[in-house]
Design a protein around this ligand. Structure first.
Ligand SMILES: Nc1ncnc2c1ncn2[C@@H]1O[C@H](COP(=O)(O)OP(=O)(O)OP(=O)(O)O)[C@@H](O)[C@H]1O
Ligand SMILES: [Mg+2]
Length: 325
């Protein structure tokens, strides 16, 4: 990846925190700063913050916000015939103007492969996850006979917890009708995401969807099929690597998780968050950019941003103005 400016510039221009004069304080998620623009509109700023194991790293990744926001915009567009999406406008590489939805407090995780959390559950001897039965004889990263839905509760704090469909219904988190709708959409979305990935030489391993209601309509929110919400493998050589027991080449976020584990950090109590060295931050950026380019088939063009807060004032005012006309 050739940048038009020195890498040092990129490292020092990371967007870690926004504060837009004249607008109420944003809700700060791990990655996004979310501004309420009016009763039905959000201004979502995707920052360069990066999290892993539910911890925000001390250092940010250059242009990660732009890559993620634009990848989400690309992917939302590819699924809008399946379900209404929250996108109103993407007026800046870091910003999405979105429909303000009542969020459904479930992380709707879809898995096509036995990887990550599902593999850890399986390895511990269990043959069921979120109430879904798993066959005997699988190894890490094997393809599952069919994609499975493994929902998790969206915890206010700390780790999200697995939940079964039965519990979702018995706890009345959503009505049975709405749940059926969510399930149907999740399977359709995962199929679409897998097809798009395959065309580009990738495997969509697993992914997380978030849904909300906008004027009572089920709507896909947050982000979709991005490298933060999904795992991808390279399709080429996948079968051979599985047969030989070789590692699958991991992309972007998994690359960070592995580095952290090599540096004795898994988000457990008493462990210290390591500093991310500059050269590693650049490597992570390159992985994100590579995946963006593979998935979208277009080159990522970074936009060096020196005064985002000021720009956000006019972007947000415009968005507010549009709703009044
Ligand atoms: N269209 C939308 N309407 C309402 N809320 C939304 C919408 N899109 C995203 N959100 C919420 O905005 C927040 C985005 O911030 P971010 O992704 O950084 O948070 P997170 O750390 O993943 O999650 P959380 O803050 O909920 O723990 C999430 O809480 C997400 O559920
Ligand atoms: Mg999130």
């Amino acid at each position: 990846m050739n940048l038009d400016f020195p890498t040092q510039e990129a490292l020092t221009h990371c967007i870690t925190d926004t504060n837009v004069p004249g607008f109420p304080k944003p809700y700060k998620g791990k990655v996004r700063d979310v501004y309420v623009l009016d009763s039905d509109k959000l201004g979502i700023v995707v920052t360069d913050r990066i999290s892993a194991f539910d911890h925000i790293m001390k250092e940010a990744i250059p242009f990660k916000g732009q890559i993620l926001n634009q990848l989400a915009a690309f992917s939302f567009d590819k699924v809008k015939d399946i379900i209404a999406t929250h996108i109103i406008d993407v007026p800046h590489p870091n910003v999405t103007i979105a429909k303000k939805c009542d969020t459904i407090p479930i992380e709707v995780v879809m898995r096509g492969y036995l990887t990550g959390h599902a593999w850890r559950v399986y390895k511990s001897g269990k043959r069921q996850i979120c109430g879904v039965d798993l066959p005997e004889g699988l190894k890490e990263h094997d393809k599952l006979p069919n994609p499975i839905l493994t929902p998790a509760t969206k915890a206010q704090e700390g780790h999200d917890e697995d939940i079964s469909e039965k519990e979702i219904l018995s706890k009345k988190i959503v009505s049975p009708d709405l749940w059926n709708d969510i399930k149907e959409k999740a399977f359709m979305l995962f199929e679409r995401g897998s097809q798009i990935a395959a065309k580009q030489g990738l495997i969509l391993v697993d992914t997380k969807y978030e849904f909300g209601l906008y004027n009572g309509q089920l709507t896909l929110i947050d982000e979709v099929h991005t490298t933060d919400s999904s795992r991808y493998f390279y399709l080429k050589g996948y079968e051979e690597r599985q047969a030989k027991g070789d590692e699958q080449k991991q992309l972007s976020k998994e690359f960070l998780r592995e580095w952290l584990m090599d540096n004795q950090f898994q988000g457990l109590e008493g462990q210290d968050l390591p500093d991310l060295p500059d050269d590693f931050r650049i490597k992570v950026f390159e992985r994100y950019a590579e995946l963006f380019e593979m998935l979208t088939g277009s080159t990522f063009k970074p936009q060096l941003e020196s005064n985002l807060n000021d720009k956000l004032v006019s972007i947000f005012k415009d968005a507010q103005g549009q709703s009044k006309t």
